[in-house]
Design a protein around this ligand. Structure first.
Ligand code: FAQ
Length: 332
C-alpha cells in the first residue's frame, strides 16, 4: 500500500524556526490544493511531529483497543459470535500495524513508538481505559466506540499525508463492519428477555459519555485543532465530529428502544442538530492521565505481550540476516 523505506541520504530536517520560507510556502500551497504529501517530500518539522504524534497515538489505540474485547473472546455466547468477535479484534491488530507503518514513514521507528507507549510518554484513546463488565459491553463497544471511530476516521481518508489517508480507506471499511456487528448484538439484546434489555441499557449508560469523550477536548480547549485543520491533517474539528456522532446515533438508540443517558438531549429545530449535555471534562483528563486501575492493567498487558514476543522478533531478524547473507553471496 505504501513503503516504509526512508530516504537514508536525506539531510536532517531544518530545525523549526530556521525553515526556508519558500519551502514552507510551496508546502502550504500543495496542501491548499489538496495534494497528498508523501514521505520523501519536504515538510515542516512541526507538521512531521504532529502527524507522528497523531498517527502513533492512533496506532496505540488500535492495539490497546484489542484488550477490552479480547477479555470476552472465551465467553462469547455462541460460536458465531465468537468467530465474528475474533475477526474484529484481528482487524484492530491489522489497523495498528498499518498505522505504525504510516508513522514510520515519518522517520520514527516502531521501537521508538512502542517505547513511548510503554513508558507512558505516548497517549492512547481514553475509551480503552474503561472496563468491559459483561457481554452487552461488547455490543456497546461495536455500536458506539467503532461508530465514533468511523465518524472520526472517514474524514481522515482525505487527510493531507498520503500514507495515513490510504491506510484509512481500508480501516474505515472494516470499522463499518465492526459498528454493524456491535449494533447487531445490541439489537438481539434489546429484543431479548427483560434482563437482556436491562443489560443493553446499562451498557449504553456506561459507554455513552466515554464515547463522546473519544472526539477529544472541546474546540476551545483543543491545542492542536487549529493548526491541524490548517494543514488538512484534520478535516473537521472535535466538536463538529462529536455533533455528527450524536445526530447519527440518537435515532439508532430509538430503534433499539433504549434511552440515551442525557436529560439535556433534545432536538434543536433551529440548529438542525441535537443539543446535548455537558461532558465531564475532569473525568476525561483524569483518564488521559492514566488514573484508575484499568490503565495500569492495559499497560501491564501490553508490556507483557511485547516481552513475550521478543523471540519472534529475534527469529525474524536472524532469518533476515541469513537471507541477506545468501543474496550477498549469490551476487559476489
Ligand atoms: N484519548 O488538541 P487535541 C478506535 C489528547 S481508534 C486520549 O484535540 P488532536 C478503533 C490529544 O492526543 C480510536 N487522548 O488533539 C477501535 C492531545 O494530546 P497531546 C483512536 C486524547 O490530536 C475501536 C490532547 O489530548 N482514534 O477506536 C483524546 O488534534 C474499537 C489535546 O487534544 C484516533 O486516534 C482521547 N480521546 O485531536 C479499536 C483517531 N482526545 O499529544 C478497538 C485519530 C484528545 O497533544 C476497538 N486521532 N486527546 O499531548 C485524531 O483524530 C485526533 O488525534 C483526536 C485528538 C481527535 C483524537
Amino acid at each position: 500500500m505504501y513503503t516504509t523505506e526512508l530516504d537514508k541520504t536525506a539531510t536532517a530536517p531544518t530545525p523549526i524556526g530556521g525553515e526556508d520560507p519558500a519551502l514552507i510556502a510551496a508546502f502550504e500551497a500543495r496542501v491548499a490544493a489538496d495534494e497528498f504529501i508523501e514521505p520523501k517530500d519536504w515538510m515542516p518539522e512541526a507538521y512531521r511531529r504532529t502527524l507522528t504524534r497523531q498517527i502513533s497515538q492512533h496506532a496505540h489505540s488500535e492495539i490497546v483497543g484489542m484488550l477490552p474485547e479480547g477479555n470476552w473472546l472465551t465467553r462469547a455466547p455462541s460460536l458465531k459470535r465468537k468467530a465474528i468477535l475474533l475477526a474484529k479484534i484481528q482487524d484492530e491488530g491489522g489497523h495498528g500495524l498499518y498505522l505504525y507503518c504510516a508513522a514510520e514513514t515519518l522517520g520514527t521507528s516502531r521501537e521508538q513508538m512502542i517505547d513511548a507507549l510503554h513508558s507512558g510518554r505516548a497517549k492512547y484513546s481514553t475509551i480503552f481505559n474503561y472496563p468491559t463488565l459483561n457481554w452487552a459491553d461488547i455490543g456497546a463497544i461495536g455500536w458506539l466506540v467503532d461508530g465514533a471511530a468511523i465518524m472520526n476516521q472517514v474524514p481522515l481518508q482525505r487527510t493531507s499525508y498520503g500514507p495515513y489517508a490510504r491506510a484509512m480507506v481500508r480501516v474505515c471499511k472494516e470499522e463499518s463492519f465492526h459498528q454493524r456487528q456491535g449494533f447487531d448484538i445490541m439489537l438481539a439484546m434489546a429484543n431479548g428477555s427483560p434482563a437482556q434489555k436491562a443489560m443493553a441499557q446499562d451498557a449504553l449508560n456506561r459507554w455513552w459519555w466515554p464515547s463522546l469523550m473519544m472526539f477529544g477536548p472541546s474546540d476551545d480547549n483543543s491545542p492542536n485543532t487549529a493548526q491541524s485543520i490548517r494543514w488538512r491533517i484534520k478535516r473537521e474539528t472535535n466538536d463538529e465530529l462529536r455533533q455528527k456522532f450524536v445526530d447519527a446515533t440518537v435515532p439508532q438508540a430509538e430503534l433499539l428502544g433504549l434511552t440515551i443517558p442525557d436529560p439535556a438531549l433534545k432536538w434543536n429545530e433551529e440548529r438542525g442538530h441535537y443539543d446535548f449535555g455537558e461532558i465531564e471534562w475532569d473525568e476525561f483528563y483524569a483518564v488521559v492521565r492514566g488514573e484508575g486501575p484499568t490503565a495500569k492493567e492495559r499497560m501491564k498487558a501490553r508490556r507483557a505481550a511485547w516481552n513475550d514476543g521478543a523471540w519472534v522478533r529475534a527469529a525474524a531478524d536472524a532469518h533476515e540476516a541469513k537471507r541477506a547473507a545468501r543474496s550477498a553471496a549469490a551476487a559476489a
